[in-house]
Design a protein around this ligand. Structure first.
Ligand SMILES: [Zn+2]
Length: 420
């Protein structure tokens, strides 16, 4: 098949059905982690279509692979440890696992997309052998410097075979916010099957498609995020690769995620929890095995754009100053889709030194250290990573001194009350 034909008829990355139904079209957008340096400001920037499809056969919501993961993830500006709430979440997860499975030093824990070791460090502190698997060399280096063994590789069946031969199989194999980020989802899940020991457990966390739809989280759609998963669809993907989901938890991270637990289909070691059937039924009842609910999403997104712009226009018309907080991937989608540049936001701030003194992709809003807010005393601070609203409001409570207010754009634009 020629490249042109492929573009005309995209296929489902799981079941290979032709993708005919657009879930939402967010226009053209640059890659969300390509922050622009001062010298690059006058250069061209690549923009790619940001159109999500829903598969009429398996209901996997997905983007086409416009850009290879090598381009995206080989040098990555996202360091998990810069988010306090994320590090705490990892600690709670570790405690839960240690307790629930009564883990001891005979276990081997492997994490796919282990980032800077934000999570494995907690297992290591308990003396449990760990191995990180991380494609971004700059991020992996930080983990290794912390003493966390990390191999720099993209995960898939080939990598799984190599790691199993060199290090053995994992008793606990985990991946947080990675399943949605792999274009070859079959090769990825097939790799997990190979790397899991016979009695082993897989846990994975990923944003729940049902939350995306119900809470209007369209800004979590970006090029790096290839798949948007319901529980029903993910169960089907795992089953195809000989893995059975035996438990699921609904957790708060990233605006509402699932943590799934899987074992080999041939392993009866862990009984299937009642939560599995309950969630599957709930999704069906709400229509996630029907096209209609997916087709209705697009209009909701357009309405959100109109409301956010209305707020910003009114604020500017009445002489208010507005800045952003954060420069996350989701912020990039929101800013580009809504056309928000320095005409609305004077600047944004981010705790990651990798992003400071750069500019947001496409929209070229300067990114500063968070101290800038104290200097300029803006009227409104628009929180781009709205999933971290509590953490950010707590750290930024000082803006009350001059009557400053935080605003979140999602699920709908809202000026935040201080007691919330
Ligand atoms: Zn499909």
């Amino acid at each position: 098949m020629t490249e042109q034909q492929t573009q005309q008829t995209p296929k489902c990355r799981f079941c290979n059905e032709t993708l005919e139904h657009t879930f939402v079209d967010l226009g053209m957008s640059p890659l969300c982690q390509t922050h622009i340096s001062q010298e690059q400001l006058n250069h061209m920037e690549p923009f790619y279509p940001l159109r999500a499809y829903v598969c009429g056969e398996c209901f996997l919501v997905q983007l086409e692979e416009y850009v290879s993961p090598c381009e995206i993830f080989s040098e990555y500006a996202y360091f998990s440890s810069y988010s306090d709430s994320w590090v705490q979440h990892a600690k709670r997860y570790t405690d839960l696992m240690l307790q629930r499975w009564a883990m001891d030093r005979s276990w081997k824990v492997m994490e796919i997309a282990s980032n800077d070791g934000y999570l494995l460090q907690h297992f290591l502190a308990e003396g449990i052998p760990v191995l990180g698997i991380e494609p971004a060399a700059n991020v992996a280096r930080v983990a290794v410097e912390k003493g966390i063994p990390t191999t720099v590789q993209f995960f898939g069946t080939d990598t799984a075979k190599r790691i199993a031969a060199e290090h053995g199989q994992a008793r606990l194999l985990l991946g947080n916010n990675v399943l949605a980020h792999v274009p070859g989802i079959n090769d990825f899940v097939g790799g997990m099957k190979l790397l899991l020991s016979p009695q082993g457990i897989i846990t994975m966390e990923f944003p729940h498609l049902m939350q995306l739809v119900e809470n209007n989280q369209f800004d979590t759609i970006y090029h790096e995020h290839f798949s948007y998963l319901s529980f029903c669809t993910v169960s089907r993907i795992f089953a195809t690769h000989g893995l059975r989901l035996f438990d699921v938890e609904e957790i708060e991270t990233h605006g509402g995620s699932l943590r799934i637990y899987a074992q080999h289909a041939e392993n009866e070691g862990y009984a299937v929890s009642s939560r599995v059937g309950e969630l599957r039924q709930r999704e069906r009842r709400k229509g996630y095995s029907d096209l209609e609910v997916y087709m209705a999403f697009s209009e909701k997104v357009k309405e959100t754009k109109r409301q956010l712009l209305e707020f910003l226009i009114n604020a500017k018309s009445t002489g208010k100053s507005i800045v952003g907080y954060g420069a996350p991937g989701k912020g990039n989608t929101l800013l580009n889709y809504c056309g928000i540049r320095q005409d609305f936001l004077d600047y944004t701030v981010d705790r990651s030194p990798y992003k400071q003194d750069k500019y947001t992709p496409g929209t070229h809003i300067p990114i500063y250290h968070p101290d800038k807010i104290q200097e300029t005393k803006p009227d409104y601070v628009l929180i781009l990573p709205w999933n971290l609203k509590k953490e950010i409001m707590k750290a930024g409570e000082f803006i009350r001194e001059w009557g400053g207010k935080f605003v979140v754009p999602i699920p709908e634009v809202e000026v935040c009350a201080w007691d919330s």
